[in-house]
Design a protein around this ligand. Structure first.
Ligand SMILES: *Cc1c(COP(=O)(O)O)cnc(C)c1O
Length: 467
């Protein structure tokens, strides 16, 4: 009880040398909050009956205040090391942008720009024009438009083209993408009436034909993204659907999800058709994400025939779904890299990571493991083992990319402790556990991520050693 009463008061703590030093560096409210937090912690330890005189030594209290302050100063949104091997990890931000866009993004972020200004005429310009020509050139579309994400693109297209009328979709394509994006729900939000055709596993051209009436606003094809139907299946190709649409005067729209622009040249599992193939097959309009296989910023891209795309540019909903200047800067920069395929493969991280071969990863892994063994305490056992990475982001769910992993085991803490400890570092390191090992996939851990891994593992080994 006397220990509780000897916990110093806020004013007294603020006058202590540690706090005086912190006050010179940080705003007063920030220091006061860190002091209050430390007092609360001490009181709760005291209530649990485990407060000792050592806890109240000025050095111990000061260290606690500094720790609280450091924790409070960390941004909530911050860099992490992705050791999961899931390249398009939606929870970890999907695609990383090409490093060479750095300067351009900073210029646009920290200054004024031509966002909606036409320097040639001195008049108002359109934010949508910065990327339209690039998208058209790369995909063969006549017109294009960019919104906040692919979910927004689908919503806009349905609202503008199909509100109050019917949209014909195969039953096997009524997908939930994750979060709360479900095709039937988006359809309802867009005011369109869903007309399901076919069955879960088989849909035929005749099913679509029979469903078309004078109330039909569009034939919609939705990419299955995060699942696959195997076995006794049948679907209708975009080309067949396009022929039917033309015959009946109904536009054919495809939500193609991941928006692949590249030819993966027979790389096993990378079987995703390209955006340009959907359009060449006759789709009137496609929508896709900017941050999945395209490897750009979060965005929803709408591309297709001018007659179908252009009216969307005047829809009132567009203002609510519009992209900001940073997205546009990142998107234009990414799309420009695609003008030269070699440059795209080399510079766009998503493409580069997906294309890394097992042999390349093994070679990199051998170097990494050698270095880790040198830099880390002997209580850590580090091995290189084969495994599989995933594409992620709801793209190519069955594709297994052969990879190599560092498997880490500690004499002093369990794999669960390693996993939890590393994820709580200043730069969180996210990995997984299998058969008692903590695993980091070499595909997604960048070269300059390893120092954060080393720092984390050292800190954990030291903490555990003390106990
Ligand atoms: C991922 C995906 C979406 C959602 O795209 P976001 O860009 O995440 O909004 C919609 N439809 C399909 C088919 C998808 O794969």
């Amino acid at each position: 009880m006397d220990l509780i009463s000897s916990i110093p008061k806020v004013d007294k703590l603020l006058a202590a040398p540690v706090c005086q030093q912190l006050l010179a560096e940080y705003p007063r409210p920030v220091v006061v909050a860190a002091v209050r937090k430390q007092m609360e912690e001490l009181r709760s330890v005291a209530r649990a009956g485990s407060l000792t005189a050592a806890d109240l030594e000025p050095d111990a209290v000061g260290a606690g205040i500094e720790r609280n302050l450091a924790a409070g100063e960390l941004s909530s949104l911050r860099r992490v090391v992705n050791g999961t091997g899931v390249v398009l990890h939606t929870n970890l931000g999907r695609s990383s942008l090409a490093p060479r866009l750095h300067k351009h993004l900073a210029d646009i972020a920290f200054g004024y720009s031509t966002l909606e200004y036409d320097v040639a005429t001195g008049e108002r310009g359109s934010r949508y024009e910065h990327v339209e020509q690039l998208i058209c050139r790369l995909t063969g579309a006549e017109a294009a438009l960019v919104v906040n994400n692919n979910a927004a693109a689908v919503l806009l297209v349905l609202s503008a083209i199909a509100a109050g009328r019917e949209v014909v979709v195969s039953r096997g394509e009524l997908v939930e993408i994750g979060g709360s994006f479900r095709i039937p729900d988006v359809m309802m939000q867009g005011g369109a009436l869903l007309k399901e055709v076919g069955t879960t596993n088989r849909t035929h051209a005749k099913d679509y034909r029979d469903a078309i009436t004078d109330q039909t606003a569009m034939l919609l094809k939705v990419h299955c993204s995060n699942f696959a139907v195997v076995g006794f299946t049948a679907g209708v190709t975009v080309a067949e659907l396009a022929a039917l649409g033309r015959e009946c005067g109904v536009p054919v729209v495809a939500d193609i999800g991941s928006g692949n622009l590249m030819d993966w040249q027979g790389m096993p599992g990378m079987t995703e058709p390209r955006v340009q193939e959907y359009l060449a097959a006759g789709a009137d309009l496609v929508t896709f994400s900017g941050d999945k296989l395209m490897g750009g910023p979060q965005a929803g891209i709408i591309a297709g025939r001018a007659e179908v795309v252009n009216p969307l540019k005047k829809h009132p909903l567009l203002r609510a779904l519009r992209v900001d200047k940073l997205t546009l800067a990142a998107l234009e920069g990414t799309l420009r890299l695609y003008r030269d395929e070699r440059l795209a493969w080399a510079e766009i991280p998503t493409l580069r990571l997906l294309r890394l071969t097992a042999a390349e990863l093994k070679k990199k892994g051998q170097q990494v493991v050698r270095r880790l063994r040198r830099q880390l305490p002997a209580s850590l056992v580090i091995e290189l083992i084969p495994g599989v990475s995933q594409v992620g982001g709801g793209a190519l769910p069955l594709t297994e990319l052969p990879t190599w992993l560092t498997a880490i085991r500690s004499d002093v803490c369990s794999a669960r402790e390693l996993e939890a400890g590393l994820r709580r570092q200043t730069v969180p390191v996210i990995g997984r556990i299998a058969r008692g090992d903590f695993l980091l996939d070499l595909r997604t851990v960048a070269d300059d991520d390893w120092p954060a891994v080393v720092e984390g593992l050292r800190a954990l080994s030291a903490d555990s050693g003390e106990q």
